[in-house]
Design a protein around this ligand. Structure first.
Ligand code: NDP
Length: 305
């Protein structure tokens, strides 16, 4: 039986592995379908403390993995198909390969996935002007026009952040009222660099090598308009990767795992959580890493008891 199994290999999972390994817990980390997590999908990370010249997302995650392995964490490239969480451990973890293991404690660090529009052009131009993270990629669009899709707080926050760099920001929203909180909506609506395309959906992202324009359709009139731009940001919300745990761990109505006792504890004894699968607000590499640290410390104390 494993002492501690960490599910997920983004900043939360790898930081948990570093802390748990340094505490001699010999954690086993399951890297999952996207080793290194969402950060490997972005290019340069400029806001992770300690890297004044920035660092590629993939490099940052590889360094974290090396650091965890140096202290004795085992990284296994398996994806979890199913878990059977028991009131009294051990918990059982079944891989897509058919193999299974048992664990005294688990840290869930499965992250979240941005919602995309689902267009072929959106998929093809990812990292070539298409992004779902203004904080990560906004600075690449200095003095260039960009388009943001969505009408929630994320879309407003992304649009406002992008005004620091972009020459103009057009927010495309499918309705004529914003879902965002009033304060965020007011800020965006009153910003001189932000304009809104109401009742409109993005129908196509135009460009062969990189984004050149976004084609939008007015849902009331069917009128088609092309918005020339260099960047397209999908800000349609995130879905937590928690399907595996449905019915076994307490979640909120959006599927984010609920934290107990202001710690990393979940509703299940011996199961802890870190990162974006339990965070619908901050969603930063550094905040996920901080949660990973807390989960490892909580797991260590729980195992010691
Ligand atoms: P939300 O689910 O609140 O908003 C998603 C937005 O995207 C909605 O406007 C929705 O349109 C639109 N959308 C979703 N799917 C599509 C689609 N396929 N095509 C077109 N439009 C689509 O997600 P957020 O990430 O914005 O916010 C999540 C939570 O995090 C909220 O509780 C929010 O308050 C919070 N948050 C708070 C922040 C802050 O306070 N600073 C910052 C960021 C998030 P429609 O409205 O028509 O459904």
């Amino acid at each position: 039986m494993e002492n501690l199994v960490i599910i997920g290999s983004g900043p939360a999972g790898l930081t948990a592995a570093i802390y748990a390994a340094r505490a001699n817990l010999e954690p086993l980390l399951l890297a999952g379908a996207l080793p290194g997590g969402l950060l490997t999908q972005t290019s340069e990370v400029e806001n992770f403390p300690g890297f004044p010249d920035g660092i590629e997302g993939v490099d940052l995650m590889m360094r974290c993995q090396q650091q965890a392995e140096k202290f004795g964490a085992k990284v296994v490239y398996e994806t979890v198909e199913k878990v059977e969480l028991k009131k009294n451990h051990p918990h059982k973890i079944i891989f897509t390969s058919g193999e299974s293991i048992t664990a005294k404690a688990i840290i869930v660090a499965t992250g979240s996935s941005p919602r995309w529009l689902g267009l072929e052009s959106e998929q093809r131009l990812k990292n070539h002007g298409v992004s779902a993270c203004a904080t990560c990629d906004g600075a690449f669009f200095r003095d260039k026009p960009v388009v943001v899709a969505g009408g929630g707080d994320t879309a407003m926050e992304e649009a406002l952040f992008l005004t620091k760099f972009a020459s103009s920001v057009t927010v495309v929203h499918r309705r004529d009222t914003l879902r965002a909180s009033k304060i965020m909506a007011d800020r965006a609506v009153n910003h001189p660099k932000i304009t809104f395309a109401w009742n409109s959906v993005v129908d196509e992202i135009i460009g062969t090598e990189k984004v050149e324009a976004v084609r939008i359709k007015n849902v009331n009139t069917d009128e088609i308009t092309e918005l020339p731009c260099n960047g397209f940001f999908a800000a349609l919300g995130h879905d937590p990767n928690t399907g595996l745990f449905k019915g076994q761990i307490e979640m909120d109505k959006k599927g984010f795992i609920v934290l107990h006792d202001q710690s990393s504890k979940t509703s299940v004894e011996g199961v802890f959580v870190a990162g974006d699968c339990a965070d619908n607000v901050y969603r930063q590499a550094v905040s996920a890493a901080g949660m990973g640290c807390k989960a490892a410390i909580d797991a260590e104390r729980w195992l010691a008891e």
